[in-house]
Design a binder for this molecule. Structure first.
Ligand code: SF4
Length: 121
């Protein structure tokens, strides 16, 4: 079976075509480096996703601070992860790279801030 993928491992975003047999990867074309094949293998066996969202900030000059994960987590954990992030509220000030939630759902990935939010005067 032929299936198309776009590699998300780097900004080049190679458009690839993979021949698979269920969960077995037979061949890959279109990837400019071996990471493309690794990405498709991961998609077939244990797909992972990253999250970029925001958390509530208490007492800040802005009501929200943008956040991301330090590494992708299993796709099946995304909804529980989003729920935990949605319930999280941090106290201003918030600094870029500040860990907002450590070891999210035991995945080894941290939720970190990607924006500074100063304290409200
Ligand atoms: S296959 Fe390699 S070059 Fe292409 S997007 Fe993936 S990591 Fe980047």
């Amino acid at each position: 079976m032929l299936k198309e993928y776009v590699c998300i491992m780097c900004p080049r975003g190679c458009e690839m075509e993979a021949e698979t047999n269920g969960k077995e990867l037979i061949s890959v074309t279109g990837n400019l480096c071996p990471k493309g094949k690794d990405y498709i293998f991961q998609e077939l066996t244990a797909p992972k996703r990253n999250i970029a969202t925001s958390v509530l900030v208490k007492g800040g000059e802005l009501p929200l601070a943008s956040v991301r994960l330090t590494k992708p987590i299993p796709r099946e954990d995304i909804f529980r992860a989003m729920e935990q992030i949605r319930r999280t509220e941090v106290q201003a000030p918030v600094f870029i790279d500040q860990v907002i939630i450590g070891n999210l759902l035991g995945t080894g990935s941290n939720v970190i801030a990607t924006k500074n939010v100063e304290k409200m005067d």
